[in-house]
Design a protein around this ligand. Sequence first.
Ligand code: G3P
Ligand code: MG
Length: 239
Amino acid sequence: MRYPRVIVHRCGGVLAPENTLAGLRIAARLGCRGVEFDAMLSADGVPVLIHDETLERTTDGRGPVAQQSFAALRALDAGASHAPAYRGEPLPSLEEALRLCDALGLWANVEIKPSAGRDGETGRIVGRLLAERWNGKGVVSSFSMAALAAARQDAPQFDYALLSDAITADWRERLAATGCRAWHCADDADPGAIAALAAAAVPAACYTVNQREGADRLLAAGAVAVFTDRPDLWSSGEM
Ligand code: G3P
Ligand code: MG
């Protein structure tokens, strides 16, 4: 598995509205090679890019994402809450984001982010979409083991990462049980555990690291990559 050293969190980090196509474009213009985004289902089962289960923080909509049709979500403004210059930036579908990553040559971490009670369904639908439409340049992850299992059933050809704050002592068993080949952990994960994964050639990537010093420390400890909201801390040649 190959990782870029720097993965921009939620598409463009703090430089653009999160989980938007504008964020992907900015990441690419900065020379970033990798991006991460969150995929959740609309009421009618279309995966869209959004982090929260509710719309208020990042869009001009209200209430749960899971209660809105894709057509209603696609019509929302996901840009103005970041900055007025982004007014009119839409809330994209996962399919649009995959297409743009392909066009921009971006490596992608698709994080499956099920809303409450929809773990298996979200994993299954995202897995099917990936199998049909994704170029496979990147990795699929989730905090939800049920979502990972469901996605892998329909899309076994891709690489999967277990997403969990800490690297637990039973990491070998957990990776084997889930079929994951990498671990995405929090930036305060035990450096000894990161080194143990590195020694076993299991990629560990740490979120969310917004200071260069912390990132350098984690990479030196054996992490293959860091997720960051601040891609501007690196030059394009370093990413
Ligand atoms: O996938 C890494 C990171 O995005 C996990 O946390 O809450 O930002 O999705 P969150
Ligand atoms: Mg995420």
